[in-house]
Each structure stands twice: as structure tokens, then as C-alpha cells.
Design a protein around this ligand. Sequence first.
Ligand code: C5P
Length: 225
Amino acid sequence: MDKIRVITVDGPSGSGKGTLALRVAETLGWRFLDSGAIYRVLGLMVERAGIISVDRIGEIVDMASNMPLSFRQGKTLLEEEDVSDAIRTETAGNAASKVAAIPDVRRALLDWQQGYAKSPGLVADGRDMGTVVFPAAEVKIFLTASAEERALRRYKQLKGKGLGVNLARLTKEIRERDERDSNRSVAPLQAPQSALQLDSTMLTIDEVFQRVMQKVYLTLPDLLG
Ligand code: C5P
């Protein structure tokens, strides 16, 4: 059987990697995996169950091993409940980053993520896609942006939804999450070796997309047809 092709897009929250990865997947007609959504759903489940505490790690790992999660038509479903909006809150993001720091949780979710690689190919977005989950990926992208710019993007997004937000608090939370994601013992956020590293602080999403597609077609010229 032919090897399934994979493109990984890693980076911190708000770097634009989700938008980029989805656009690359749609352009190529490949599958798309938003691995952050998996951690966010687990964070939501743990919050709802009120068990976010280090002495209940066993229960959290059990939940991770038996997550009734599916992605359908752009929606994230927990059993039959559409949790697409509920997992996008800052609370769910912070809970996600806490459960994501538990090594056994990451191990429990590994097969699930790797099983997502199906023909003709997969674009996977996250923190450790190129380093741990798909180390043999053909193309690896690492997208960053300054914490201030990422907080500002999030601020505009939330304001646009009519939500009351505080820019200084958002910046502080983004820095805290970066710190936790970068310093955890397993799969810390770091650029994979051989990744194309891009800083999107001063680039538009179109510019980032053009550079990434150039890299994709240079590495996999047969995709040009
Ligand atoms: O990418 P997103 O902001 O949705 O991810 C939410 C949280 O899930 C991150 O802050 C990170 O802690 C965790 N995560 C992870 N590994 C991934 C994807 C997300 O640890 N591959």
C-alpha cells in the first residue's frame, strides 16, 4: 500500500495555523485534522465533570481513551452534541492546555490522530504534529507570530462576535499558555527539524499561504498534475 502523504502545521495559538492548514487541505482535496480540537473537547469534558486536578489523572486518561468525539461537516461533535462553539472559549483553551500536559493523555490520543491519515493525504494542525504524531511527514511548517499580534487577532475575533474582552488579559493568558505548551515535559511546542519556519506577524494570511504552497509544490511536484 502507498504511504499516506502528510503535511504538518504546528505553532502557537493565534499564529493563523488553523486557517492556513484548512486552506491547504481544501486546495489539495486532502483530509484536515485540527488536533487542538481534540484537546479542547477533552478540556471541556474535564471541566464539565469538575475533575481538573492532578490527583484525578487516572480518570482524565480514561476519558481521553474513550472520547465519543467525531468531526462531521466542519462541526465538532461530542456524542451527538455540537460543541464547535463551546470548545472555542478561552476557558476551554486553557483547560485543553492543562490536560495536554499529561503524558498518558497524549499517549492515549496518539493512535486516534495517526488513524486520521487516509488517502489521498492529510494536513494536520497542532503543536506536535511534525515532531511526535507524524515525524515522517513530507512537508512540515512551523508558524509563529508575536504574542501581542496573536492577542490582538483574538481580541478582534471575539469583539466581532459581540463579546466583551480585555486585550491586556488576553495577552497575559496567551503568554501563560505559550509558557505551559513550550515547557511541558512531553511534546513541548517546538519547531520540527527541517520545518519551513514562518513568522506571520507582518504577513497576511494570503502571503503565508503562497509561501507554504510554493514549498508544498517544490517538495511534491507531482501534485501539480
Ligand atoms: O490549537 P489550539 O489552540 O486549539 O489548542 C488548544 C490547546 O491544546 C493548546 O494550547 C495545547 O496545549 C493543546 N494542544 C496540544 N497538542 C496539539 C494541539 C493542541 O498540546 N497537537
